[in-house]
Design a protein. Sequence first.
Length: 263
Amino acid sequence: MTELHSQSGTLFYEESGSGRPLILIHGFPLSGAIWSHQLAGLSGRFRVIAPDLRGFGRSTPSDLPYSMDLYADDTIMLMDHLGIDKAAVCGMSMGGYVLLNLLERYPERVDAACFMVTKAGADDAEGRGRRTALAEEVLKSGAGVAADAFSRILFAPASLAKNPEMAAHLHGAMAEAAPAGLASALLAMRDRPDYTNKLGEFTVRSLVIGAEEDMSIAVEESRKLAAGLRDATLCMIPDAGHMVMMEQPEAVNLALVQFLERI
């Protein structure tokens, strides 16, 4: 793992392969470690980069106000550090919210977009309340609260039955996250804008990957996202839940390769 030092903290990232850059942005409350199958499976074709977002994994939390702007700015800072002018960017769940921010504020830096198990809409009032309450509980009781809450909805039942160790390992990793980083991310997601009516403004070619057994993001959200984007291909992967990149890595890697090589 490599690190990038800045005045506001340290960002850690994994990098593998060479050629066209592909940046993989993880979701909440995860880290770049979720992309191990993609780092291994795609590095023969692409320069694959998987950062830990600020306050996740090994990246340090910051006193700066958290927002999708901040995560997007960090991504651009990493690209600049690596000498990357343009990259294909894949955002999973919360990472998809970061990708939408990148397309709005830095469209010239993204030459292909992949949205994975994510959505364009903002939280409703009930959802915002849940984010606030969970953030307060995480600060009070620790990251295990978030790990417990999300573990129940991350995997398809068949994946849990087939590989319970995968879920146990991920729960342990989530429980070790920095509470301050998790709480700040929850509030950043709570306050993110709604992009539903802006999707048609994005001209970049896009891939939307959904999972047919996703219990975290409703399946129809992937279809709505693909329909709203100007130039998007929809790929629904069966027998997978929210952690589709871990549950069905071969299918995810194939979808990414076919999409990127087509454009």
